[in-house]
Design a protein around this ligand. Sequence first.
Ligand code: ADP
Ligand code: ADP
Length: 228
Amino acid sequence: EPLLQVEGVTLQYKTTDHLVTATYRVDFEVMPGDRYILLGPSGCGKSTLLKAIGGYMTPVEGEIKLKGRKVTEPGPDRMMVFQEFDQLLPWKTVKQNVAFALTASGRATGTEAMDRAMSYIEKVGLAKFADSFPHMLSGGMKQRVAIARGMAMEPDILLMDEPFAALDALTRRKMQDELLRLWDDTRFTVLFVTHSIEEAIKVGTRILLLSPHPGQVKAELNSLPASE
Ligand code: ADP
Ligand code: ADP
């Protein structure tokens, strides 16, 4: 049973004088436990697709369904992690940042929120920094906090838009390795956007290659064996 179904989805932007077609009749399905990669050059519509799955944009054609139900608005069942580092509240500690997302959304309250926050902070290897403020952390560490926060919400699917793009090569490789281990252990379902073939092959279990020109070639590259 697919977790996410994207069926014939066309997405457009209206600008003052014209219409931009960002994706044209895209189809794919994400199964539970997949690390599904949307791969393609800049401008091929990856971010736009992610926004639509997040519920921030409505397809002009086609449908997006999560667990069989049509996606119509944003929700905590589809958490997004962006590439920017400045998404943490600077006056809250790492633990408070993660717990705040839980309490504000009603996913957990009080000590339960704090305990769950701490367990995900441990999972991304930042236990020692739970009481630090974001400004005390490096870029890579802040990004890990953002990922911990997204995962702590225990969404059906984690949507990530080039989450490692702003990291240096060494940090990126370390984060990929750590998250791969974590996702293998937890069987988290992840939908991941990248323009790096290397990253797609390393992190993904399935890769969808989007062509640079909407409405033209689109191929499901392969289905890689999940790393055990
Ligand atoms: P990618 O994430 O693959 O780089 P995007 O989804 O950002 O691609 O963009 C897909 C297409 O939509 C591009 O042609 C881009 O210029 C256009 N686009 C993206 N955002 C907007 C916007 N806010 N207004 C108009 N056009 C946009
Ligand atoms: P950057 O993103 O600035 O390249 P990294 O995330 O790669 O930094 O961090 C480099 C190393 O330094 C990591 O092993 C990390 O654990 C450590 N580190 C980074 N910031 C701190 C800090 N504030 N306190 C202690 N260790 C840190």
